[in-house]
Design a protein around this ligand. Structure first.
Ligand SMILES: Nc1ncnc2c1ncn2[C@@H]1O[C@H](COP(=O)(O)OP(=O)(O)OP(=O)(O)O)[C@@H](O)[C@H]1O
Ligand SMILES: [Mg+2]
Length: 372
């Protein structure tokens, strides 16, 4: 994850511009008025659940589908009349389909030879690509003699060999198991950044989007719900849907009781929230408080201080994840509150366990107040 998430300045037109793009499949709107600027060298992720329109948008960039309306501009060129094979774009699919009978070297060379590039130039380019993905020593192997992650890197080398200006990745790591996926995510980002190619990727795995992308668009039903850096989307989700979709969250419904410029108080069934900043709202309105499990602390005794941002509960369930434990607290209203505690010590004699009566508490900057 790179921390350069600002959108391009107005004076500097974005490398990729998507303007009010719609895709209507005979009455079914798969992509619904999408606008996006992607700057040169950025890795941008489209994140959303199955059927939300991610692949359709990517396929329009590649030219495999035409937008029903709207414009796509790449490097100043409107792509409307540019056929897929003339676009400076390469798309790597989920099933990256290496040719099984060809060596790694020939797989990477395939597209270049077909383009009619001179032999020497092909050889140079392929060697450079294999160095880049650190597979030069496997050049003579066949794909089945490589691990899944290595095959993925061959596919990437093949995609990059034609030196596209825009690289499209559709669920690039879908075929890999979890551990290999995490390792390959970082390798892929390193390679993409070294080449400097602009990249739009599709995933339904939020951790993958967070790890790989500079910015993310959260999609639902063909629309962008929120666009931002991974940290911004996680820490300041704009809607209930986004808060719930990204990471684990506790959502508490309540009423805006005090609406001051520098703080608000929200009355929920189990507790009262004091939030240390103002919001746009009116007293009495219904709001939702989003509270991440890792921002809540547990103690055996009632915390000192005022009566806000705390709630008693009983540990109903606990799940041990190695580096942290998630406790499920049952509150008076019946609501279950998830609390995540980092396991920083090996043995603790004061560990919480099933049935313990405890207090959960959090700071006045821990919550996000959602009005939609
Ligand atoms: N050629 C088509 N004709 C009609 N409907 C289509 C067509 N292609 C896609 N759709 C519909 O458009 C919606 C979006 O499809 P899309 O493939 O973009 O989803 P996705 O977000 O990539 O999902 P997944 O994560 O499952 O790959 C789906 O409801 C799908 O059924
Ligand atoms: Mg898809």
């Amino acid at each position: 994850m790179v921390d350069t998430a600002a959108a391009p300045a107005a004076a500097d037109p974005a490398f990729l511009q998507i303007r009010d793009v719609v895709k209507d499949f005979g009455g079914f709107v798969a992509v619904n008025h999408v606008d996006l600027d992607v700057r040169q060298g950025e890795i941008f992720a489209l994140l959303g659940s199955s059927g939300c329109g991610k692949s359709t948008l990517l396929r329009m960039l590649a030219g495999f589908e035409a937008p029903t309306s709207g414009r796509i501009v790449l490097g100043g060129q409107d792509l409307a009349d540019v056929p897929p094979y003339e676009r400076p774009i390469n798309m790597m699919f989920q099933s990256y389909a290496l040719f099984p009978h060809l060596s790694v070297w020939d797989n990477v060379a395939f597209g270049l030879k077909r383009e009619g590039l001179p032999k020497d130039a092909v050889a140079q380019r392929v060697d450079r690509m294999l160095d880049l993905v650190q597979l030069a020593r496997f050049a003579r192997r066949k794909p089945h003699q490589l691990s899944g992650g290595q095959q993925q890197r061959v596919a990437l080398a093949r995609s990059l060999a034609k030196e596209p200006k825009l690289l499209l990745l559709d669920e690039p790591l879908g075929a890999l198991d979890r551990k290999l996926r995490e390792q390959t995510q970082i390798e892929l980002v390193n390679i993409i950044e070294r080449v400097g190619v602009t990249c739009v990727m599709v995933t339904h795995d939020q951790e993958e989007a967070m790890t790989m992308a500079n910015r993310i668009a959260v999609m639902s039903e063909g629309r962008f719900l929120q666009v931002g850096a991974p940290g911004a989307i996680y820490e300041t989700p704009a809607t209930r849907f986004v808060a719930d979709f990204i990471g684990n969250v506790n959502l508490m419904d309540g009423r805006l009781e005090v609406d001051a410029p520098d703080h608000v108080v929200i009355d929920c069934a189990d507790c009262r929230h004091y939030v240390g900043h103002g919001i746009t709202g009116t007293e009495g309105m219904a709001v939702t408080v989003a509270l991440r499990p890792e921002k809540i602390h547990l103690s055996r005794h009632q915390p000192a201080g005022d009566a806000f941002n705390r709630v008693p509960g009983t540990i109903q369930e606990l799940s041990y994840f190695g580096s942290f434990t998630v406790y499920h607290l049952k509150l008076a209203s019946g609501l279950m509150l998830k609390v995540s505690v980092a396991n920083t010590q090996r043995h603790r004699d004061d560990e919480f366990t099933w049935g313990d009566a405890v207090w959960a508490h959090w700071s006045r900057s821990a919550q996000v107040v959602l009005t939609q």
